[in-house]
Design a protein around this ligand. Sequence first.
Ligand code: GDP
Length: 315
Amino acid sequence: MEKTDKIFVAGHRGLVGSAIVRKLTADGYTNLVVADRKELDLAKESAVAAFFAREKPEIVVLAAAKVGGIKANNDYPVEFLLENVRLQNNVISSAHAHDVRKLLFLGSSCIYPKHAPQPIREDALLTGPLEPTNDAYAIAKIAGIKLCQAYASEYGENYISAMPTNLYGPHDNFDLTSSHVLPALLRKAHEAKTNGAREIVVWGTGQPRREFLHVDDMADACVFLLENYNSPEIINVGCGEDVSIRELVELICDVVGFDGELSFDATKPDGTPRKLLEVSKLKALGWSPKIQLREGIARTYEWFLEHELAPAVAR
Ligand code: GDP
């Protein structure tokens, strides 16, 4: 990749896309192209085709997706399936039609079977049934992977797919009904501390285990893969360590400074029992993460205080 290559980052307002834009800019890539949702609706095929015809990007990072936590995925499978398939089909097919040299598609660790052996290797894909709380989203992401691989085998395209573990960081979604666990618990702990509440409610049993990667590490890995990886085979991106939800919430409470009680609401789903990625493939290429979980949570809490609370107070 040249520093002057025209790179389209789809989804630049999101958690991952915004981190990739920051990383590319910091690394001296000077020719980035982005488009706000009101300028470009990625779900509209003709709009996406016209955008590619006009902008002619050379490299594409497909970080746009409809994402959400366990509740949102469980409640709105139609939207998660339709919107993701639509936007990824439009971007990937337009990339091919307009001679994009390389495309990075971002999947998710939820593409793997619910009971995949842990840590989860890339070849566990499609070896067993999915976790039902997010199978619609997972099927959409699997369709995206398969489309990239089909373009590679049928047309020789250099479309690569990375599977991130659970991500968190600045520009995350902190809404309690649609967010993932880490930002949700950060908000709950902060609000409990601020309001003098005695306890916070944690969904499920606290026993499921999840692996968390700071999004700046993810962006670092994405740029590394753009520069160094040229295979249609999927590649996992994670830190190789997991924690239970109970351990996560205890760490969050410690960082936030909330010392009340935890109450576990077992009427809420646990989801998949464990999701830890096997990351030796990426490690062997020479990449490893830099941000420890405690430090990452502290940095995310600072961002939350500065950006999420300020507008709420003003409203
Ligand atoms: P998942 O990784 O796809 O299951 O998605 P989430 O990040 O939404 O949830 C991970 C785990 O954290 C699940 O076992 C949830 O039940 C649990 N959890 C505990 N408290 C919360 C919460 O306040 N919000 C969310 N989204 N999950 C929570």
